[in-house]
Design a binder for this molecule. Sequence first.
Ligand code: ADE
Length: 236
Amino acid sequence: MRFHVLTLFPEAFAQPLQFSIVARAVQRGQINIDVADIRDYTHDAHGTADDYQFGGGHGMVMKPEPVFEAAEATLSAQIPVILTTPQGELLTQKLVEELASSPAIAIICGHYAGVDERIAEGLATRPVSIGDYVLTGGELPAMIIIDAVTRLLPGVVGSPESVAGDSITTGLLQHPLYTRPAEFRGMTVPEVLLSGHHAEIDRWRRRKSLERTLEHRPDLLSTASLTNDDRRYLAG
Ligand code: ADE
């Protein structure tokens, strides 16, 4: 999988992607991250990539010419071109899965007050927001997209089961996890997890997932696939 990132701040991508699972995926050649500096495609001595808004208003707007030229110089085939923007479609695990099935994706990082609408119209195929809050720029959202897509690629995360059983992928939030020691500062690991009874453990985990989802994300329950047993427990 190849990620093409178009940004005014390429230095933002230098360190954050150089540790743990994403770094290993790069080293193994499972992913490539090509970062293009939009400012390299400006034509004045100051490298001007933004300008005032037509119609007035606070905040600068990213100019279309350097972004189009950066895209034309670095992108070839018809690939999804994401624009990171709070005005986009919300990033969900379903969208992440869809993106992971593409051999390459491009991500244009918006910055300042936003980008000239012609970038959204004529270049981006997929405006994406990572949540209902506003960040200073689209670089962190781009890294989040790269991270979430990378861990779905075959062989990137150790066991496929841990991806298949993900929180959200299953439609519910994940159950609590514990490791050693069995007792820590008076807090103990639930007995059932030490019992070795796999059916009981599965039942406990399912119920904890249901409880957590009901508490923190009740909206997910309307689309999660629930058994009659689950429904009885929730009604319980
Ligand atoms: N740029 C600023 N805020 C953003 C958000 N929530 N999602 C994507 N891009 C952004």
